[in-house]
Design a protein around this ligand. Structure first.
Ligand SMILES: NC(=O)c1ccc[n+]([C@@H]2O[C@H](COP(=O)([O-])OP(=O)(O)OC[C@H]3O[C@@H](n4cnc5c(N)ncnc54)[C@H](OP(=O)(O)O)[C@@H]3O)[C@@H](O)[C@H]2O)c1
Length: 325
């Protein structure tokens, strides 16, 4: 088995060509076909607090073909996708050619979705869809007005822009890279591209003029505080990320004077029925041409060197990891 391995706490990750398969435990055994690089993977590779057991194969996403299963839901030959559920954190993950996983969060790949595109979606796209579902389950319709996406050039942000626009919403995309990525975000479906400094620099008053019918936030911190302050009465903000920071310098005023809802999105521990709902919706709705346009590929041997550019916010869209390369 070829694998990226973090052998002990604080150790630098390395690519091992003949890693020991007896490391792996879990009822479903797989050939890994593809994985992907997420912000969290970059943190794990940089030794920044994600890896919670050692040795660890990082990689919070994997798409694979079942080779053997002790769980009756799966049999040899099935194509499956697994995101989160502790892989790449406390269980071995997708940066390897082989995996054994528990079946609890394992989803059969929708028939129309190739392994490469499923990995391109990965945790980022899955989280984007969970966020869209949160807003629409709260009653949001395209007639309600503008929907903001922050961290829009990132993996989850890019897919959120495409999904919301595909569902007919008027999307405002906030980015720190207006010049570089403005055209890209418009091609994904953004009606307007905002400079993130409007939202990120100073925490403004807790109630500001009401601009957003709803929002999907990848960023947290001052940005999320300002988003809440500019969300319309009764609007919902789905928050899943902390790219700016984990703090939230706000007050209760948006909640108690405007009835704004802050809806947290956790993709890691998501229950199986919601996972299946989200993957089904992704396979039907996400425009594959847009997905392909936002995706680049790297080999397993490039994963370690790629991580710093993710942490520096220099990467756009999604990065698939071809584990055989
Ligand atoms: N809750 C969950 O289950 C879950 C799931 C997936 C991801 N996440 C979290 O969500 C965030 C985004 O994940 P991702 O995979 O999409 O990451 P990503 O591809 O690295 O994108 C992050 C984006 O955030 C923006 N950003 C970076 N630094 C920023 C700063 N200082 N201030 C404001 N914006 C900043 C950048 O967008 P622009 O260049 O466009 O400004 C960047 O492209 C991460 O914090 C990740 O850990 C959480």
């Amino acid at each position: 088995m070829r694998a990226v391995l973090i052998e002990s706490e604080g150790a630098a990750p390395r690519l091992v060509e003949d890693a020991d398969e007896s490391l792996l435990t879990g009822d479903v055994e797989l050939d890994v076909l593809t994985s992907s690089m997420n912000y969290k993977d970059a943190l794990a590779l940089a030794g920044k607090g994600i890896a919670r057991s050692h040795p660890l194969i990082p990689g919070i996403d994997l798409v694979g073909r079942v080779t053997d299963s002790a769980d009756e839901r799966f049999s040899a030959g099935d194509l499956v996708v697994l995101t989160g559920d502790g892989i790449g954190e406390s269980r071995h993950g997708g940066f390897a050619t082989r995996a054994r996983v528990r079946p609890d969060a394992l989803v059969r790949l929708p028939v129309d979705l190739s392994p490469e595109r499923a990995a391109a979606i990965g945790t980022a796209g899955f989280t984007a869809m969970l966020s869209v579902l949160r807003l629409e389950d709260a009653g949001l319709t395209p007639d309600d007005g503008d929907v903001l996406v922050t961290g829009a050039s990132g993996g989850a942000g890019s897919i959120a822009v495409a999904l919301l626009a595909g569902r007919g919403h008027r999307v405002l995309a906030s980015t720190g890279r207006v010049e570089e990525n403005g055209e890209y975000l418009r091609e994904l479906g953004a009606a307007e591209v905002l400079d993130r400094r409007e939202l990120s620099e100073e925490p403004g008053r807790p109630l500001q003029s009401q601009r957003f019918a709803a929002a999907i936030d990848a960023v947290g911190s001052t940005t999320l505080a300002n988003v809440l302050a500019q969300t319309v009465r009764g609007g919902t903000v789905a928050a899943f990320g902390l790219a700016q920071g984990p703090d939230l310098p706000t007050t209760v005023l948006p909640f108690i004077l405007r009835g704004v809802t802050l809806a947290g999105v956790d993709s890691v521990e998501c229950p199986l029925p919601l996972r299946e709902r989200a993957w089904d919706a992704l396979s039907r709705e996400l425009d594959v041409d847009l997905l392909d346009a936002m995706t680049t590929s790297i080999g397993l041997s490039e994963v370690i060197d790629h991580a710093p550019s993710v942490l520096a916010g220099q990467v756009r869209g999604r990065t698939v990891v071809e584990v055989a390369q």
